[in-house]
Design a protein around this ligand. Structure first.
Ligand code: NAD
Ligand code: WQD
Length: 358
């Protein structure tokens, strides 16, 4: 029997791509999502892409009873925990919502996992936990600090996971710190589908390219960077998805398990992982202007832009040291900025209104 993975937030942008990668790697999956920032259409399209119906449960990670039922009805090997709210600006306006959803929700999930004796977790952390870095590239030992409730919620969960691992060595807790995920599945069937006007750069650019938005504002052109605009480590979402499979493989290897072992007793033996933070980035920085130029070339569309004031809370540059992921997980990002733009454009031009285009 193949190992079964519970994917919280599996209807969302990164979760949906990871469901495909997990399926292709031979895992069984159960998706658990409250659809607060996603749609059934995404789940339907993933089912079509993998050629079989996905087990989907509409539920909230704060609903302990429903979660318990899921762990009773399914023999879960581990959890990929994507469920969370992610808009920095909204988190400043509604801090309690973010702490409740992201922190309390994770506590509930961990409690239910403990009761079910399922102690393998891959958590969606973020480069945001590094705040404004002192040294570039950023490695996993860099100091952590956050300036907004969203970032704090990720950092709080990391601290919780660390404390949990320290007190019970049965836990295997991998925190993947994503840099800037962009791109879409090469089929153009699934991708990022922001509810309102996008906060993030890539969906903003692609909506300008498709004519939904008029003009991009570039927040600041006076940073100490190659061209004055912010520099980020953009990573293709399908590379990111493969990073999750690599993390799961690593977890299984460390515990002397194969993918086909679903015996819970042995699954919690020989644990050596504890809390393990790993960056998922390319290790390369690309400026905002460089990304705009690349997207314009790939799409053949003009991307009108204007320079405006720096956005509060933004930093000049942020890119990963990707060495730990390579050394431990034997994983590295493969896809280029051009491929990130091509796949984003295919998704955006085929689905100008995202999943509502269907
Ligand atoms: P997303 O919003 O597309 O996906 C998150 C999913 O979680 C959504 O489908 C949403 O409906 C679901 N969800 C939210 N709260 C829930 C709850 N209480 N119960 C059940 N489901 C819930 O976001 P994404 O970009 O796919 O991000 C996935 C994870 O990765 C998030 O935890 C996010 O914080 C983290 N992350 C994202 C980025 C990024 O730039 N996209 C970067 C670093 C980390
Ligand atoms: C990238 C660059 C902007 C929009 C955010 C979160 C982080 C993580 C990833 C979850 C910056 C510039 C942007 C626009 C612009 N998410 N920009 N015009 O801020 O690096 O990271 O998403 O964990 O926590 O903070 O990503 O895409 O918003 O911005 O000029 O309309 O693009 O100033 O330099 P960011 P981003």
């Amino acid at each position: 029997m193949k190992n079964k993975i519970l994917v919280t937030g599996g209807a969302g942008y990164i979760g949906s791509h990871t469901c495909i990668a997990l399926h292709e790697a031979g895992y069984d999956i159960v998706v658990y999502d409250n659809l607060s920032n996603s749609s059934r259409e995404a789940v339907r399209r993933v089912s079509t892409l993998i050629g079989q119906s996905i087990e989907f449960i509409e539920g909230d990670i704060r609903d302990a009873e429903l979660l318990k039922q899921v762990f009773t009805e399914h023999q879960i090997f581990g959890v990929m925990h994507f469920a969370g709210l992610k808009a920095v600006g909204e988190s400043v306006a509604k801090p309690l919502l973010y702490y409740n959803n992201n922190v309390s929700g994770t506590i509930t999930l961990l409690e239910v996992m403990a009761a079910a004796n399922v102690k393998n977790l891959v958590f969606s952390s973020s480069a945001t936990v590094y705040g404004d870095p002192d040294v570039l590239p950023i490695d996993e030992s860099a100091k952590r600090s956050c300036t907004n409730p969203y970032g704090q919620s990720k950092l709080m969960v990391e601290h919780m996971l660390q404390d949990l691992a320290a007190t019970d060595e049965g836990w295997n807790l991998i925190a993947l710190r994503y840099f800037n995920p962009v791109g879409a599945h090469p089929s153009g069937q699934i991708g990022e589908d922001p509810n309102d006007i996008p906060n993030n750069l890539m969906p903003y650019i692609s909506q300008v390219a498709v004519g939904k938005l008029k003009k991009l504002s570039i927040f600041g052109n006076d940073y100490a960077t190659v061209d004055g605009t912010g520099v980020r480590d953009f990573i293709h979402v399908t590379d990111l998805a493969q990073g999750h499979v690599a993390a799961l493989n690593y977890l299984e290897q460390q515990k002397g398990l194969t993918k086909d072992c679903s015996d819970k007793e042995s699954a919690n033996k020989n644990s050596t992982i504890g809390f393990l933070p790993i960056n998922l980035g390319t290790g390369k920085g690309t400026s905002v202007l460089e990304l705009v130029t690349a997207f314009s070339e790939v799409s053949g569309q003009d991307i009108p832009y204007q320079f405006s004031a720096r956005r509060a809370g933004d930093i000049a540059s942020c890119y990963a040291s990707a060495d730990k992921a390579k050394d431990l997980l034997n994983w590295e990002a493969k896809l280029s900025i051009t491929e990130m733009c091509q796949d984003t454009w295919r998704w955006q031009s085929k689905n100008p209104r995202g999943y509502h285009s269907a």
